[in-house]
Ligand binder design. Structure first.
Ligand SMILES: NC(=O)c1ccc[n+]([C@@H]2O[C@H](COP(=O)([O-])OP(=O)(O)OC[C@H]3O[C@@H](n4cnc5c(N)ncnc54)[C@H](OP(=O)(O)O)[C@@H]3O)[C@@H](O)[C@H]2O)c1
Length: 309
């Protein structure tokens, strides 16, 4: 049996990836999920000996630690083949802050996953993969991102990002898109970091770009017009336009990346929904920005807090 752990598997791309992984009777899955009703619906996908679902809010350090403890107990000494860290939220207007005092989008999309990866990596198989879902929205040159109103990442320092203080923010709605793009930029800085990130040499750190995938629940906090267009108009373009994908294509690609080490054979890769190398902005490879984020990440939620007993 191969053991997998996922976040963000209650809907959209992650739900499809979970379904795909569970198609193989030799796969076992542990999922962290925030919403109890969606968690229960997911739980019914497979018998409990193959699918376990436990509470997880990736924006809360306390919750991330509790979930990591659950995984440690449930895995009972068996090693994890891959982590699919796919949970993500798109904020709508003014910044909100978590119980830890961190801007919610940065905490949910990046910092919680950073901490979870640090906590769980000692439990990984040799050549196991930690796969974090990124987004083309981080890149101001991304044509689909531009079309959707993204202006790319606005990272100046991790300390500023963590309190929602981004540069050149023009309106609350644009500020929300900037925070989303910047949180995904942080995912890529982490994956590309050349700093001595505390990830074991035998574990691969991979970024996954799902493309633009209309019809998912990522727009749940946006206005009615945006939700309507996302659910009905945009799916028409998926499969016809470059950069657009479908829930099935992107979910299946994520599941394949998790289950097949040969598709992303070494650490620091950025792979898209076609299982090809994804495009990233040059700033994602800036070692000063990488160092700044890694220094922040290790102290904001101190490394001691990101280690299992
Ligand atoms: N759709 C796109 O076009 C697109 C493009 C680029 C990147 N992405 C990324 O792809 C990933 C999947 O998105 P999707 O489009 O499939 O959207 P989705 O249907 O909204 O799925 C998002 C998943 O993340 C979970 N989640 C959100 N915030 C969480 C938190 N604080 N703690 C725990 N779980 C949380 C949601 O759980 P709940 O059920 O509890 O809400 C849900 O399972 C995200 O990382 C997203 O940013 C999507």
């Amino acid at each position: 049996m191969s053991l997998f752990v996922m976040t963000g598997a209650t809907s959209g791309i992650g739900l499809q990836a979970a379904r795909q992984l569970l198609e193989n009777p030799r796969h076992e899955l542990i999922v962290g999920a925030r919403d109890p009703e969606r968690a229960e619906a997911l739980r019914r996908l497979a018998p409990e000996d193959r699918l376990k679902v436990a509470p997880l809010d990736t924006s809360s350090l306390k919750s991330v630690r509790a979930f990591a403890g659950f995984v440690q107990n449930a895995s009972a000494g068996r090693k994890i083949a891959a982590l699919g860290l796919n949970a993500g939220m798109q904020p709508s207007n003014a910044a909100r802050f978590t119980e830890d005092g961190v801007e919610e989008c940065f905490a949910a999309n990046y910092l919680g996953h950073y901490c979870l990866s640090q906590l769980l990596q000692p439990l990984m198989e040799n050549n196991g993969a930690i796969i974090l879902t990124a987004s083309g929205a981080h890149n101001k040159a991304d044509p689909v991102g531009k079309f959707l109103g993204y202006h790319g990442q606005k990272y100046s320092s991790a300390a500023k990002v963590s309190v929602g203080a981004l540069s050149e923010t023009s309106s609350p709605a644009q500020g929300a898109r900037d925070r989303y793009a910047t949180s995904k930029f942080c995912v890529l800085l982490y994956v590309f970091s050349k700093e001595p990130v505390k990830i074991h040499e035998n574990v691969r750190l991979i970024a996954f770009d799902p493309g633009t995938v209309p019809g998912t629940q990522i727009v749940r906090d946006l206005g009615l017009v945006a939700k309507f267009a996302w659910a009905t108009v945009f799916p028409v373009f998926a499969g016809m336009l470059s950069g657009f994908s479908t829930t099935t294509q992107s979910g299946d690609a994520l599941a394949k990346l998790m289950a097949h080490p040969d598709l992303a054979p070494h650490t620091g890769l950025h792979i898209d929904y076609r299982l090809k190398t994804a495009k990233d902005s040059p700033e994602t490879h800036d070692s000063n920005l990488q160092s700044d984020l890694m220094a922040y990440s290790e102290t904001a939620w101190p490394h001691s807090a990101c280690a299992l007993p």
